[in-house]
Ligand binder design. Structure first.
Ligand code: KDG
Ligand code: MG
Length: 469
């Protein structure tokens, strides 16, 4: 997928604009940018002793030489980023996967971001983050923020490798021995959910997210529909070329879900932690009712009740219930998290490191959350790649206010392309002590699994109107 940015394409674009004034202006902007880069480099060099020193004392200056974007489908589509540097063999690996919009992110990285990075010092992570976020004027949105996260992860990976330290050490060192993990138990009926939950518990999980198919509705988020859970596992091969449409009716859902948790508590006992994902499908008063009805079953949290646009509406849920609330996987900016955290309207912030701008963004969100006694629960599904899962855990084990981590076991075919990533043992996730993030990409293996267009499902009400999936 990688197309190096060339002088010719730069000139071609100017030619197309055909405005001498624009060309002159863009030349002067470019030269101003070159001056700023030189100043930054000079400043950091001045702080060091040797004339050949770079950002890291005692190490030679480092430059980004190339950004490679690898789009591959080993079971699912992933967009991986490799930031190469002037030090032979030193590169960083990141993940920029946005389910269903992979090629848009890849194009942003290749066409717009990569040319801005070549020749920069990869050690200046914060400066690059600010530059890529505020520099283009048009900021935010899931595509740009996912692209930015891919670069950010790769830069932190480089920094860790250069320092010869696992990332969690650079982030402040361990605050815990492992990250408490949860997995999914989904089924066509209560008994099947119980069965899958028991299997997870036998595997060591202390926390399980439970979702059940709603009788009378075709397809319910997070459940296998009428397929076995194995057949419904997230293979792109099982997905349609165009989105499948599921049917959702809140009245049915609101009746069934509390009964599921009544059943599970009775069968599984009080100790296992239970969670549930509403997937942004409810209206505020419906969410308040569900949170209230679930109180007797003591959920660890109720996830993503409302659409991301309706942050103030969390007040209504809070007024009616003591069920802990989590929110955030559809956020695509650290600023999205602020209203919920500062008013303590949620208990867990669970945005996606890969969609809010990476580790640099997550550190700030986590620090803000700490000040308001909100814990983290970063999104960890199978449709973000292992480098983001690794980043999740490096942050989890180095912050004071970690809450829980969603976990996914990648199939062998994915691991053939992307190695490393967190390991699971006795209910907790951990990362290795490899320097950096601890993941790598096999570009030759990636070529064996070319991108296949795939969409997330969509949903409609029984009357045919659009419903959030
Ligand atoms: O691409 C969408 C998925 O990442 C999302 O549906 C998964 O809600 C999810 C979760 O909690 O893992
Ligand atoms: Mg979710």
């Amino acid at each position: 997928m990688h197309k190096p940015f060339s002088k010719a394409s730069q000139l071609g674009r100017r030619g197309f604009l055909g405005l001498a004034g624009v060309a002159a202006l863009s030349d002067s902007l470019l030269s101003r940018e070159r001056v700023v880069r030189a100043l930054l480099a000079k400043d950091t060099q001045a702080e060091n002793t040797g004339s050949t020193a770079g950002s890291s004392p005692g190490l030679p200056p480092l430059k980004i030489t190339d950004v490679r974007v690898i789009v591959t489908c080993p079971d699912r589509n992933y967009v991986l980023v490799k930031v190469l540097t002037s030090e032979p063999g030193l590169y960083g690996v990141g993940d920029a996967t946005l389910n269903g919009r992979e090629l848009a992110v890849a194009a942003d990285l290749e066409q717009h971001i990569s040319p801005l990075l070549v020749d920069r010092d990869p050690e200046q992570i914060e400066d690059i983050w600010q530059y890529l976020y505020r520099g283009p004027y048009w900021r935010g949105g899931p595509i740009q923020m996912t692209a930015l996260a891919g670069i950010d992860l790769a830069l932190w990976d480089i920094k860790g490798k250069r320092a010869n330290m696992p990332l969690y050490q650079l982030l402040g060192g361990r605050t815990r021995t492992g990250a408490l993990a949860y997995t999914h138990a989904s089924g066509r009926d209560f008994a099947e959910v119980e069965d899958v939950a028991r299997r997870a518990m036998r595997r060591g999980f202390k926390c399980v997210r439970a979702q059940v198919a709603i009788p009378g509705l075709e397809g319910t988020y997070g459940t296998p529909g009428n397929k076995t859970p194995e057949a419904a596992a997230g293979l792109v091969a099982n997905m349609a070329e165009l989105p499948q449409t599921e049917v959702f009716e809140p009245a049915l859902y609101l009746r069934v879900v509390p009964r599921l948790f009544e059943y599970l508590r009775a069968k599984l006992g009080p100790e296992v932690e239970l969670l549930h994902d509403c997937h942004e499908r409810l209206d505020p008063i419906q969410a308040a009712r569900l949170a209230h009805d679930l109180e007797p079953y003591h959920l660890f949290f109720l996830e993503d009740c409302l659409r991301p646009e309706y942050k103030e509406s969390f007040r209504l849920i809070r007024e009616h219930s003591t069920t802990p609330l989590a929110m955030g996987e559809l956020f695509n900016s650290p600023w999205d998290c602020v209203p919920l955290i500062k008013e303590q309207l949620i208990d867990y912030i669970r945005c996606d490191l890969g969609h809010i701008g990476g580790i640099t963004a997550a550190r700030k969100v986590a620090a803000l959350a700490e000040l308001f006694q909100v814990r983290t629960a970063w999104h960890g599904p199978g449709d973000i790649g292992p480098p983001t899962h690794a980043a999740n855990v490096h942050v989890d084990i180095s912050i004071p206010n970690f809450g829980i981590q969603e976990m996914f076991f990648f199939p062998d075919v994915t691991r053939e392309v992307i190695s490393g990533g967190p390991e699971f043992k006795d209910g907790y996730m951990n990362v290795s002590d490899l320097p950096g993030l601890g993941c790598d990409v096999d570009e030759e293996a990636a070529k064996k699994y070319p991108y296949r267009r795939a969409y997330l499902p969509t949903a409609r009400r029984k009357d045919g109107s659009v419903q959030d999936w």
